[in-house]
Design a protein around this ligand. Structure first.
Ligand SMILES: NC(=O)c1ccc[n+]([C@@H]2O[C@H](COP(=O)([O-])OP(=O)(O)OC[C@H]3O[C@@H](n4cnc5c(N)ncnc54)[C@H](O)[C@@H]3O)[C@@H](O)[C@H]2O)c1
Length: 261
């Protein structure tokens, strides 16, 4: 695949960038010339992304392990990123967990808050600190990670789905709040992407394949780099009139609807 963007001189804050989609997006931004402030869980994984970025590009990169559940840590992270780069042009709010996969009656209150704290509150906190900075800086682009499960339901993942529907509500509303401030806010809604999260949701890589492949008209699970390309597109001037959208990227699963299940 040969897709090229030019983010030379731009600074990107990437939350949830140590593995999977976030890691692939960090590498794609770096290849396109963007400096990176990278966060997520897992110091070793973070250090590995930093090494890969430095080995493959000349951009600046800093990693900090930050838990998106923690408001104080999220504020400190944003202050540090603004201080380090002066201006953050793009924010990618991508941290997420699969949570427990089970029918609703088998979920505890703690399972509910586990998912909502990371998948929804984490994105709320990102927006809360990114928006004033971008207003003061005169503009920017924000991309939030929802899911195909943010536009449909799926048995045994009710709260994951609710968290991801919530991400689209946040995205649409904040997009309207900043529409005249030269800030665009969009969401991505990926179908199945081969990452640790997908294996975790279905128990193993093989079980994930067995469950989801029959539902994907294109007949394959996507690679994280394909999702990264969408994030770069939505963050770029090529998407200058796109805001408040949740872009589904799923090999045709959503339009096939219930017929594919
Ligand atoms: N893989 C899929 O099929 C798929 C489909 C649709 C949406 N998504 C979404 O894509 C996003 C990335 O997931 P992925 O598939 O790349 O999985 P992944 O597990 O590889 O990546 C998740 C990232 O979020 C970070 N993270 C998790 N909990 C965190 C916390 N409390 N604080 C800070 N960071 C935290 C992890 O460190 C990691 O960097 C998630 O929001 C997920 O819900 C994934």
């Amino acid at each position: 695949m040969n897709v090229t963007y030019d983010f030379t001189g731009k600074n990107v804050l990437l939350i949830g960038g140590t593995t999977g989609i976030g890691r692939a997006t960090a590498l794609a931004f770096a290849k396109s010339g963007a400096n990176l402030f990278l966060t997520g869980l897992g110091r070793e994984a973070g250090a590995a992304v930093v090494k890969d970025v430095r080995d493959s590009s000349g951009v600046e990169i800093e990693f900090a392990e930050v838990n998106v559940r923690d408001q104080k840590a999220m504020k400190a992270l944003h202050d540090r990123a603004f201080e380090r780069f002066g201006r953050i042009d793009v924010a990618f709010n991508n941290a997420g967990i699969p949570g427990k996969t089970a029918p609703v009656q088998d979920l505890e209150e703690s399972d509910f808050y586990d998912l909502i704290d990371v998948n929804l509150k984490g994105i709320f906190l990102g927006l809360k600190y990114q928006v004033p900075h971008m207003i003061a800086a005169g503009g920017g682009a924000i991309v939030n990670t929802s899911s195909l499960f943010g536009v449909m339901g799926f048995a045994t993942t009710a709260v994951y789905c609710a968290s991801k529907w919530g991400v689209i509500g946040l995205t649409n509303s904040v997009a309207l709040e900043v529409a005249r401030k030269n800030i665009r806010v969009n969401a991505i809604a990926p179908g199945s992407v081969m990452t640790p999260l997908l294996s975790g949701m279905f128990g193993s890589e093989q079980s994930a394949k067995d469950t989801v492949l029959p539902m994907i008209p294109m007949g394959r699970i996507s690679d994280p780099s394909e999702i990264a390309n969408l994030v770069l597109y939505l963050s770029s001037d090529a998407a200058s009139f796109i805001t408040g959208q949740a872009v589904v990227i799923d090999g045709g699963g959503f339009v096939a609807g219930a017929d594919s299940l």
